[in-house]
Design a protein. Structure first.
Length: 276
């Protein structure tokens, strides 16, 4: 991926803060990335193992946040190597939910970093599990202080997850960070959903803030039944001799087959003579 491209830069995204709402989707596949690009979605989140040249091409002019895996990456060097690799493949920023020290080191190295405040799934045990954060004044101040701390160490943005909408509004007015809202009401700088929620094939629990626009689950279930039926028909065809038919096989002329049979017979006689 070259240095010269037409997709938004960090400076472009920052300049839009307070001017218009951005749209953002978490996508898993090149098909989803390409569809998001075609639909005019501004930003994509793509997890590091899925971040490949194929995904960069599919994402087109979307601004891409590459998620660095908390827990799989441990040391500062792990994060630095992964972040530089992500950027070399055409990432526009990285997501990092590690320590302030790690985040600062990446930012000091010139890598645009998005972190996480509010409900942080990988650290939810500290805030009482998978539930809203910031519903009391004290809790809301903790979220705000977290935002300001990230701002101070050079973060570009933060995912703001499951925070009361009016709390989010007050925080958004008081930070330079680009706030990517998930369940944080309409006042964040971007509205962020997972493609699987938008398309209706979320496995298990669907978050309260998710909105489903299509029912892919029913279609995927139907396609799975069609797969099973097709595979079963193939097995039946093999069992009863219907497959392969003549059109699935390579033919040989009668004359060449006769020559082959003659050569086999001759070769067999020679082998018997050698054995004797």
């Amino acid at each position: 991926m070259g240095l010269y491209h037409k997709r938004p830069t960090v400076a472009d995204i920052r300049a839009l803060k307070g001017k218009r709402k951005l749209t953002m989707l978490y996508v898993d596949t090149p098909d989803e990335a390409a569809a998001a690009c075609e639909a005019g979605i501004d930003m994509l989140s793509i997890i590091d193992p899925a971040w490949t040249p194929e995904m960069r091409e599919a994402a087109g002019n979307c601004f891409v946040q590459v998620g660095l895996l908390y827990g799989e990456l441990v040391t500062l060097e792990d994060y630095q190597r992964a972040a530089h690799r992500a950027m070399q493949l055409g990432g526009d920023c990285v997501y990092c939910a590690s320590s302030f020290g790690t985040i600062k080191a990446l930012a000091d190295d010139g890598i645009p970093v998005v972190s996480h405040v509010g409900l942080i799934p990988s650290k939810a045990t500290w805030t009482g599990g998978f539930k809203a954060v910031g519903k009391t004044a004290d809790s809301a101040m903790e979220v705000f202080r977290h935002v300001k701390a990230l701002e101070a160490i050079g973060c570009f943005g933060a995912e703001l997850e499951v925070v009361p909408d009016r709390v989010a509004a007050e925080i958004a007015k008081r930070t330079k960070l680009v706030l990517l809202g998930m369940g944080a009401g309409p006042h964040a700088d971007a509205q962020y959903l997972f493609a699987e929620d938008v398309l209706g094939y979320t496995p298990g629990h669907k978050p309260r803030h998710a909105k489903t626009y299509r029912d892919f689950r029913s279609e995927l279930d139907r396609l799975q039944q069609e797969r099973i039926a097709a595979f079963r028909e193939f097995g039946d065809d093999v069992a009863n001799g219907a497959y392969p038919a003549s059109e699935h096989s390579v033919s040989v002329s009668d004359s060449e087959l006769e020559k082959f049979a003659s050569q086999l017979a001759s070769d067999g006689d020679e082998r018997l003579a050698t054995i004797d």
